[in-house]
Design a protein around this ligand. Structure first.
Ligand SMILES: Nc1nc2c(c(=O)[nH]1)N[C@H]1C(S)=C(S)[C@@H](COP(=O)(O)O)O[C@H]1N2
Ligand SMILES: [Mo]
Length: 204
C-alpha cells in the first residue's frame, strides 16, 4: 500500500518543481538581457526603452512634449526672493558630476544607469541655500501625482544627487525627463522627478 503513495508523492513534487522552473524561465528576461526574449509576463523588461532604461510615463502621456523641447525652457531655482533662472546653456555650463544610480520602480523593475548632470547642492548654492536644505521640485507636467516632489536635506546635500542632463552617455531622452530630471540615491523611482521646471528651497 505504501508504494503507490510514494510514486504519487514523487510525481506531485516533480510537478511542483517543473512549475517553479517554468516560472523562473518566464521571468528571467527581467534580470538577464540575453534572456529577454523569454520574458513573457514582466510588465517591462530591463534594457528595453530608450537608453537601455525602461520608461514610466512617456513625455506624451505626461503632456510635456512641447514644453520640454521649447527653446526657451528654463530651470528656476528659488529661495525666498532670491531667484536664479537657468536656460539650457547656463545649466549645462555649470560643473558636471557623474553618478551610477538605479531607477527602482514599484511596478517591479530596477535598472542601474550612468547619470551626468549638475549637483543639486551646487544649484542650491546659486541662491545662497545650504546644501542640506529641504526642497520642493516641480515638473513641467501640468497635472498628476508625480508633478511635485519634496526632497529632504539628506538627499539635497548628497554629492551624487544630480539634476541629470544625460543618461548612459547621451543627452537625456525626452521620455527619461529631457532636458533635466532628478536622480538621487536611495529613493523610490516615483520621486525621481522628470522634466524639471523649478527647485524651491523651503524655509527653515
Ligand atoms: N514628472 C514625472 N516624473 C516622474 C514620473 C512621472 O510620471 N512624471 N514617474 C516616476 C516613476 S514612477 C519612475 S519609476 C521614474 C522612472 O523614470 P524613467 O521613466 O526615466 O525610467 O520616473 C519618475 N518620475
Ligand atoms: Mo515608478
Amino acid at each position: 500500500m505504501t508504494e503507490p503513495q510514494r510514486v504519487t508523492r514523487r510525481a506531485l513534487l516533480g510537478t511542483i518543481a517543473a512549475t517553479g522552473i517554468a516560472a523562473v524561465g518566464l521571468t528571467a528576461g527581467q534580470s538577464f538581457g540575453w534572456l529577454a526574449p523569454l520574458n513573457a509576463f514582466a510588465p517591462r523588461v530591463q534594457g528595453y526603452g530608450p537608453q537601455q532604461v525602461p520608461v514610466n510615463t512617456t513625455a506624451k502621456a505626461a503632456g510635456v512634449v512641447d514644453a520640454a523641447q521649447a527653446a526657451d525652457w528654463t530651470l528656476t531655482v528659488r529661495r525666498g526672493d532670491r531667484t536664479e533662472v537657468l536656460d539650457r546653456t547656463r545649466l549645462s555650463g555649470l560643473p558636471h558630476a557623474r553618478a551610477t544610480l538605479p531607477i527602482a520602480c514599484v511596478e517591479g523593475w530596477s535598472t542601474t544607469a550612468q547619470w551626468e548632470g549638475v549637483r543639486m547642492r551646487d544649484l542650491l548654492a546659486l541662491v545662497g541655500a545650504p546644501a542640506a536644505s529641504t526642497i520642493l521640485v516641480t515638473s513641467l507636467q501640468p497635472r498628476g501625482a508625480y508633478r511635485m516632489t519634496t526632497m529632504g536635506p539628506e538627499f539635497a546635500e548628497d554629492p551624487s544627487t544630480l539634476v541629470a542632463l544625460s543618461l548612459n552617455g547621451r543627452t537625456l531622452d525626452l521620455d527619461h525627463g529631457y532636458p533635466a530630471r532628478v536622480i538621487a540615491p536611495g529613493r523610490p523611482g516615483v520621486l525621481q522627478t522628470k522634466w524639471l521646471s523649478s527647485i524651491e528651497v523651503m524655509p527653515g
